[in-house]
Design a protein around this ligand. Structure first.
Ligand SMILES: [Zn+2]
Ligand SMILES: [Zn+2]
Length: 344
């Protein structure tokens, strides 16, 4: 049981941990809903190989990953250029940038958690290429790669895919992390994230997976019950500078976390997964440490973490669970995916 306030050094804010209020812990015996596995190929899916997309284009018969420009982009070269100027202090400008989609696999029924380590490694290289290519564009200040997974975060198509928003602004969370990392680096000469990793390794109770060059942990300051960070141990501003070994190790740790998530309730585990890479606007990001974050919205198989008064109204998170307990649950999960063990 914990009842305290924990400092979130990457957001510069307090997280209220009020786990003493929680009802009895989830017993973990049953999963409420019967899982329906989608078909390996869905003729109605606009992401499957050979199918027609919403914009009318035909997908190639791709065999591994497939990247394309989003048919309904939120930012893009065709965004209106001449805009009506608002009254001060309001400002407006064109929604410039590039929005893309990355399909992880031609298989409609797989999730990232079921891909082999080498396939995840390949995906990391695709993410790196996209970051480098899009980041080079003069109008792009930042490349945000993220996956929304599960109907509870609004994704109705199970085909495994993520999105890339290469924007003319830096997303607020990254801007904050970059500023805090720069200040910390200036004051101490160390990367803030290095010290976070060191603290997690010292406590050890929240570390979920680790190998020579990569680590995954449920952070001390977690805002969501099953929030997890995955990162290389050495400080890299982005995927761009990872060595082949570091890429392979990161894929390994990432896969182990994903499998633990799915095994927890024996269901595809919903999450929002952003890659936090440094902006590409030419700034100084020496203290920035690339990492992948998981923000799972569920506290139990059928219980959402509702964002309400404290979170939406006030801007700080109130966590109803103890990070140490949730980490222990994940640590106890096997690293072989349940779908691979229960198949005849
Ligand atoms: Zn599909
Ligand atoms: Zn981050």
């Amino acid at each position: 049981m914990s009842w305290e306030e924990r400092w979130h050094p990457l957001r510069e804010e307090w997280v209220v941990v009020a786990a003493h209020r929680q009802d009895r812990p989830w017993s973990g015996e049953t999963v409420a809903r019967e899982e329906e596995r989608p078909p390996a190929y869905d003729p109605a899916c606009h992401l499957c190989p050979g199918n027609r997309r919403v914009g009318g284009a035909l997908n190639p018969r791709y065999e591994q990953t497939f990247v394309f420009d989003n048919d309904h982009p939120c930012v893009g070269p065709r965004a209106p250029k001449s805009l009506r100027a608002p009254h001060a202090p309001y400002r407006v400008r064109p929604a410039e940038g590039v929005a893309r989609v990355v399909c992880y696999s031609p298989r409609h029924d797989l999730t990232l958690a079921e891909l082999e380590s080498q396939e995840i490694e390949h995906l990391l290289r695709v993410w790196r290429e996209q970051y480098v290519e899009l980041g080079r564009r003069p109008e792009v200040a930042h490349v945000l790669t993220f996956e929304n997974k599960g109907e509870v975060v609004g994704v109705s198509n199970p085909h495994p895919h993520c999105q890339i928003y290469a924007t003319n602004f830096v997303f607020k969370t990254i801007e904050n992390e970059a500023r805090l990392s720069r200040e910390y680096f200036g004051e101490t000469g160390r990367a803030l994230f290095q010290d976070i990793i060191a603290a997690e390794r010292r406590d050890a109770t929240r570390v979920l997976a680790e190998n020579d060059t990569a680590i995954a942990f449920l952070p001390y300051f977690a805002r969501y019950a099953y929030e997890v960070f995955v990162a290389p141990k050495a400080s890299h501003a982005s995927l761009a500078t990872l060595s082949a070994e570091e890429t392979r190790d990161l894929a390994d740790v990432l896969r182990r976390v994903l499998v633990k998530f799915d095994n927890l309730w024996r269901m595809p585990f919903p999450y929002v997964m952003p890659l936090h890479q440094a902006p590409t606007d030419g700034g100084d990001y020496r203290g920035f440490h690339f990492h992948i974050e998981f923000h799972p919205p569920l506290r139990k198989p059928d219980l959402l973490k509702y964002l309400a008064g404290p979170e939406i109204g006030g801007g700080n998170f109130l966590s109803d669970t103890s990070p140490e307990e949730k980490a222990a649950e994940l640590r106890a999960q096997p690293e072989v995916h349940y779908r691979k063990t229960s198949e005849p």
